[in-house]
Design a protein around this ligand. Structure first.
Ligand code: SF4
Length: 378
């Protein structure tokens, strides 16, 4: 039997400043903090390889996310990658992604990342309109994104993602279409298009409450989603998940793990794992993380063993987001397990979920309400 694919995620919890919409766990980058964190992360890599024997099989993908991984010095990133190779086994074709903020990209160091085995660069562009970036408190500028992509390609990277967002304060449909056109001119292999969600406890939420900012209404967001689908499919990108588009053969292997019930080990503060039927997560606090690892303890603060029904529930909820969908009998089994037959019937009647052959998935309209539908099926 083919083993379940396994990935490794490393949360690098530093940014130069916090964007107005961002609710991720992170700290403002300081050199001394970064040094202490890297020491702890190396320790966690060593301890995890011992602690989880099932994670010593070949790893299919490594993802350095955050935060801003490139807030660390390149030498620190190389040390982390080297420690991973020492203690884990990477598949010969392992996908290794580094997320980068275009303004923190060390151009001269891109070749070193490539030589260290990084296969994929993912740049947080967010928008290709300066006015959008200003309204979300996003440091950096459009020309830095353009330069980041050009330099990555010149260094030899062939797999490049751009993250962009729609539904930003003050953003118009035309502005969003211009952002997509500018992205396409850079010829990335992958585009992640995220609808902005306003999270509590963010500066943006406060600004909206005070009437100083507002986001496009749901109708405009739906039009923006449709525009992305049209423009990107015309340009040869396949939508393979609610928010993700790729040129054929360039779907992100690591992100697919999350939606196909793959296993992953998440290191770093707030890192989340799913291994051997158990979900567990690290403490989202850098000081507590460092303190625990200094005592050679992996800083897990939350662990849940999932029943078979819960594993199926998660596989259904995540798998419906994929264009390839899930086996229809899984959807009906999940509905039977949780007494959700009438909810499922309604979602099918409303054409929010569609059945095609023996598979089910969110319909084009259902994808616009993916989070609400997930809540109904939970
Ligand atoms: S760069 Fe990314 S992780 Fe950092 S604050 Fe902005 S959105 Fe959040």
């Amino acid at each position: 039997m083919t083993p379940t694919p396994l990935g490794l995620y490393l949360h690098i919890p530093f940014c130069r400043q916090r964007c107005d919409f961002c609710s991720f766990y992170l700290e403002i980058h300081r050199e001394s903090r970064a040094e202490a964190f890297v020491r702890s992360l190396l320790q966690e890599i060593r301890l995890s390889a011992q602690e989880y024997p099932s994670a010593t099989r070949a790893i299919q993908s490594v993802y350095l996310g955050g935060g801003t991984p490139t807030a660390l010095a390149t030498t620190q990133l190389l040390t982390i990658l080297s420690e991973i190779r020492t203690h884990f086994t990477l598949a010969s074709d392992c996908e290794i992604t580094v997320e980068a903020h275009p303004s923190t990209m060390p151009w001269q160091d891109l070749t070193q990342l490539l030589q260290a085995g990084v296969t994929r660069m993912s740049f947080g562009a967010e928008s290709m309109e300066e006015s959008d970036l200003a309204r979300i408190g996003r440091p950096g500028a459009v020309h830095q994104t353009i330069r980041a992509v050009e330099q990555a390609r010149a260094a030899g990277f062939t797999d490049i993602n751009l993250d962009v967002m729609y539904g930003l304060p003050g953003q118009s449909l035309k502005g969003w279409q211009r952002t997509l056109a500018h992205c396409l001119a850079l010829e990335p292999t992958h585009l992640s298009c995220y609808a902005l969600t306003v999270e509590e406890d963010t500066k943006l939420a406060t600004e909206i409450r005070r009437g100083r900012s507002s986001v496009p209404d749901e109708g405009l967001q739906i039009d923006m989603d449709k525009a992305a689908q049209q423009i990107l499919s015309d340009a040869g990108y396949e939508r393979y998940e609610v928010s993700n588009y790729a040129k054929p053969g360039y779907a992100c292997r690591h992100n697919l793990l999350y939606w196909t019930n793959g296993e992953y080990l998440g290191l770093g503060p707030s890192g989340q794992s799913y291994l051997d039927g158990t979900r567990f997560g690290n403490v989202a606090d850098l000081a507590a993380y460092n303190e625990s690892l200094a005592k050679s303890r992996i800083p897990i603060d939350d662990r849940t063993r999932l029943s078979e029904e819960e594993q199926l529930r998660d596989a259904v909820i995540f798998g419906l987001r994929l264009i390839q969908g899930i086996p229809t009998h899984h959807l009906h089994q999940h509905a039977a397990n949780y007494g959700l037959a009438s909810v499922t019937t309604q979602l099918l009647t409303d054409q929010l979920i569609e059945e095609e052959g023996e598979r089910s998935r969110l319909s084009a309209r259902g994808r616009l309400f993916a989070d609400t539908i997930a809540g109904q099926l939970y």
